[in-house]
Design a protein. Structure first.
Length: 280
């Protein structure tokens, strides 16, 4: 297990923006967490104690989040796609002295950044785990009704929906070795409907089905294994940390031996999920 008791963060200048980073443990490959929209890194707290001790674990704050400085001046008003965010992450890891290969682990919107990193620098990845990633293509009227995703309220990245989907669509489908998509459970939208019905005119049944289609689309795009949680919501790593930590640990173990990833159906079931596809 990895000792998550230390909460020491340092800040590193990346192209004029001071970004916070926390590094614990040692060993390769380094596990790098990519937070959800507006995330400060605390969403991984349930997971960190369950990770292997002999591994470096990194989480960081995008601009305006988790102790990172906000974007300043004109940059705060600009819009940046996931490719820019991936370049910023790469610069941070290099300046922090965290060398590849990496196992990138993303939550929700962080999956966009992971995908662009994988498409641009696949040789730097030992593996990847996408936890319930945000869709790769828009659902009806999404771009019109929500043209920008605000990543935090104070100088965070403003992700333009249209351009972001375009970048994701045009990125090469570089298969990631030892890649897993861990999806929320079927029916989770009906069990826990959002307060803001942004999905209308779709029904919750339609949204739930569409979300699972989006998850399968990510798995096909990355030639990934897909694991579906038995009962977890969108933050699978909070609701079923044993499941996500099992997948991450298996990815790290396989990468150290340069082996293909194989997940045990029995182990997954005991941890709270099941194997949905074995493309990887």
């Amino acid at each position: 297990m990895n000792d998550a008791s230390g909460d020491h963060r340092s800040t590193i200048d990346v192209d004029g923006c001071d970004l916070s980073i926390r590094i614990t443990g040692s060993g390769r490959p380094a596990i790098v967490f990519l937070n959800s929209s507006g995330g400060d890194g605390s969403e991984w707290n349930h997971l960190r104690p369950l990770l292997p001790r002999d591994t470096t674990v990194v989480d960081y704050g995008r601009p305006g989040l988790a102790g990172s400085a906000p974007l300043s001046g004109g940059e705060a008003e600009r819009e940046f796609g996931p490719r820019w965010a991936a370049e910023q992450l790469r610069g941070l890891l290099a300046r922090a002295g965290v060398a590849p290969p990496y196992v990138l682990v993303s939550s929700s919107l962080g999956g966009w950044i992971l995908s662009m990193y994988a498409a641009t620098w696949p040789e730097e990845l030992a593996g990847a785990v996408m936890v319930d990633p945000t869709m790769r293509t828009a659902w009806p009227d999404e771009v019109v009704r929500r043209p920008v995703i605000e990543d935090g309220n104070n100088g965070g990245i403003r992700f333009p929906m249209g351009r972001s989907f375009e970048e994701l669509r045009e990125a090469p489908a570089s298969p990631v070795a030892r890649c897993v998509v861990v999806s929320s459970s079927v029916g989770r939208w009906l069990r826990d409907p959002p307060e803001n019905p942004f999905y209308e005119p779709l029904t919750l049944d339609q949204v739930d089905e569409l979300w699972q289609d989006f998850q399968r689309d990510w798995a096909r795009h990355l030639s990934a294994i897909q694991v579906v949680a038995h009962s977890a919501g969108h933050f699978v790593h909070k609701d079923a940390p044993e499941l996500v930590s099992l997948v991450i640990s298996e990815v790290c173990c396989a990468s150290r031996g340069d082996l293909p990833l194989q997940l045990s159906s029995r182990d997954l079931d005991e941890a709270g999920g099941h194997l949905a596809s074995q493309l990887g």
